[in-house]
Design a protein around this ligand. Sequence first.
Ligand code: CA2
Length: 149
Amino acid sequence: MTLIALLHGPNLNLLGQREPHIYGTATIDDYVAAATTAAAAVGLELEAFQTNHEGALVDAIHAARVRAAAIIINPGAFTHYAWSLHDALAAFSGPVIEVHISNPNAREAWRHTSVVSPVATGTIAGLGVHGYELAVQAIARRLDVATRA
Ligand code: CA2
């Protein structure tokens, strides 16, 4: 079965526990469950991983190169400065969708830069759980297009 790697960066394990005015009340398990359901609906498998460590996220991207057809990544605050993620994602050949729960562009200026966006197929921000479902659907569409081409 075709696998999507869903990768989460730092502090996202705290979702639902603090800052509900920004991130809502859904937990990371709720996000993973919604994405898994959306993936199953289009015949895709999804494997989720969360870490607070930059190197572990780089390792997970490398592992995805041989296991996964696509990546959905919410790099958390690494989004804004972790060039190691940029380089690792650049070495991944399938679709990469960058997702954010909030809309970083509507927040502090330091969140307006993403070092991940230049190597992402697309970015979805500000739509919470729905954004993760859309990311899965975008990947399904891209992979379909790739097989027909
Ligand atoms: O909106 C997003 O998904 C972000 O990637 C979330 C990151 C933030 O640094 C990015 O600018 C945008 C932060 C995640 C922190 O999540 C928490 C959740 C609950 C309590 C504390 C932090």
